[in-house]
Design a protein around this ligand. Structure first.
Ligand code: NAD
Length: 508
């Protein structure tokens, strides 16, 4: 399979399309080394994760080159990929010991006090991770790191559009001399499907359509999964907002990485009193943005779209809006060679247009005037998706109140993407935007683990427990009385006579 630079069309690499048999062989190999990786414990694994962190820091510049070669992102955006991974490695390497430590819950009843109770977190042996093309190094790293930190072995299948950066991550793992518990297979959907057919847990990031296919395949095998899918994130700009900040923030949220971010601002609702001023400021700012193919120096805010198909989706949404009465205030068309699409502001839009209902995943900002907060919330919730949202207001408690009315897995107040940079929070979509979540403090590691319950006697054990065979009425009275005393309410706890009647009744 050939990999292209989307700005120039130049071939920048080739990778094999790996078969189901090759995938199965890779999984078998990972299974051999995983028990040792688990047995090493969080402290042992920390050493390797921090070595990988050093490697990423030492190779940041070269990694950004690889990211740029297969995406044609601006230099600044390309540098974010390795830096994001460095931050996440630090978080999970240092905290894994605490997050995965055994727990010893109190027994639910006094009868349980004779045992020491333990919940142990034991990793799924092999986790399969399937990723999209929008952040070719960061997307894999975001899930590979916590799965490895949890003690699982990991098989990664990156997007066929951008596999080169993911292969660099595997190269880094090998170069630091880490145990062979992380491997990459390349190929398109069939290779991904083979991963789903062979692993013990699937972490998928990509489109909702593919996510549904993966959920079906996992259900057939009874294999657990977590899905991070598409979105149509709304921004709500209330009349009391700082209009300049809202305009700059919405522009960044909608146009960063040419809008190819799952949590991009995809639609904007603005309260009527500030609508004109907001639209003027947003449009003026977007007109100033520079678009082009960066070299190693930052010159542009926007690069190319990832591929021709993605550019065509954006063009289709813009054309559909125009044909139904929308106006383009700036941008609106593909430009030059390569897959560039101009940063675009659309107004006079409504929910009859695909640009307000389907995921665009491009540099478009459709803006709609609303009468009030209630209308903004109703329109924001009028979506099959529920990934994230932003609320712009001068009153933070109002922002939080609006947040709690939105059907979205995350809401940022007076900001965009902030939840993504806080690993202590869960990042997960509601409705058609996903199942489960990545990160969320300890949960980000525990999701890759099976919980194991262990009971250990506290007191010296006898030859037999009182309730073991042979049975008798006396034993039955004792057992029922004890369990009722522990679990029932008020005088019903003392229902010894009820118990005797029950036992007597049974006897008759
Ligand atoms: P996609 O669904 O087409 O492909 C994603 C990955 O799945 C690729 O690696 C692909 O080869 C693989 N794949 C395809 N068919 C498969 C199958 N049947 N079984 C297993 N694997 C299969 O998505 P894309 O176009 O690469 O990425 C864009 C989408 O990703 C957008 O919808 C975007 O919203 C979403 N996304 C979501 C998040 C999130 O965190 N929620 C983050 C980034 C991107």
């Amino acid at each position: 399979m050939t990999v292209h630079n989307p700005a120039t069309g130049e071939v920048v690499g080739t990778v094999p399309a790996q078969s189901a048999a090759e995938v199965a062989a890779a999984v078998r190999e990972l299974r051999l080394y995983q028990p040792e990786w688990e047995a090493m414990g969080a402290d042992g694994r920390k050493k390797w994760l921090l070595k990988l962190q050093d490697w990423l820091i030492d190779n940041t510049d070269r990694l950004a080159d690889v990211v740029q070669s297969e995406t044609s992102k601006p230099r600044v955006d390309a540098l974010i990929d390795p830096s994001f991974a460095v931050d996440l490695l630090g978080y999970y390497a240092r905290r894994a010991g605490k997050f995965l430590a055994d727990e010893h819950p109190s027994p639910h009843s006094p009868l349980g006090r004779v045992k020491r109770l333990t919940t142990a977190y034991r990793p799924y042996p092999v986790v399969g991770i399937i990723t999209p093309w929008n952040f070719p190094l960061a997307m894999p790293a975001l899930d590979v790191i916590p799965a490895l930190a949890a003690g699982a072995a990991v098989l990664l299948k990156p997007s066929e559009v951008t596999p080169l950066s993911a292969l660099e991550l595997a190269r880094g793992w090998a170069e630091i001399g880490a145990p062979p518990v992380f491997a990459v297979v390349t190929g398109a959907g069939e290779t991904g499907a083979a991963v789903v057919d062979s692993v013990d847990y699937v972490q998928f990031t990509g489109s909702t359509a593919t996510g549904k296919r993966i959920a079906t395949a996992c259900a057939e095998r009874l294999v657990p999964y977590s899905l991070e899918l598409g979105g149509k994130d709304p921004a709500i700009v209330l009349a009391d907002a700082d209009i300049d900040r809202a305009a700059y923030g919405v522009a960044f949220g909608g146009l960063f990485n040419s809008g190819q971010v799952c949590i991009s601002v995809e639609r904007v609702y603005v309260e009527a009193p500030i609508y004109d001023e907001f639209v003027d400021k947003l449009t003026a700012h977007v007109r100033e943005l520079r678009q082009g193919a960066d070299g190693r120096e930052p010159e542009h805010e926007l690069g190319a779209m990832a591929n021709e198909a993605q550019k065509n989706i954006v063009a289709r949404h813009v054309q559909d809006a125009i044909s139904k009465g929308a106006r383009v205030l700036t941008g609106g068309k593909a430009t030059g060679v390569g897959t560039f699409f101009e940063p675009t502001v659309l107004v006079d839009v409504d929910h009859e247009m695909t640009c307000m209902t389907e995921e665009t995943f491009g540099p478009t900002l459709p803006v709609m005037k609303v009468a009030d907060e209630a209308e903004a919330v109703a329109l924001a919730n009028d979506s099959i998706y529920g990934l994230s949202a932003s609320v712009w207001t001068g009153d933070k408690s109002r922002g939080e109140r609006v947040a709690r009315q939105l059907n979205a897995g995350a809401v940022n107040i007076n900001d965009v993407f902030a939840n993504l940079f806080n690993f202590a929070l869960p990042m997960g979509g509601w409705q058609q935007s996903g199942v489960g979540a990545r990160w969320g403090g300890a949960e980000g590691l525990r999701k890759y683990c099976r919980k194991q319950a262990i009971t250990t006697p506290i007191l010296p054990t006898q030859q037999k427990e009182p309730f073991w065979f042979p049975y008798s009425s006396g034993k039955l009275v004792f057992a029922l009385s004890a369990m009722r005393a522990a679990g029932a309410r008020g005088m019903r706890r003392l229902g010894v006579f009820d118990v005797i009647n029950t036992v007597g009744g049974k006897g008759k």
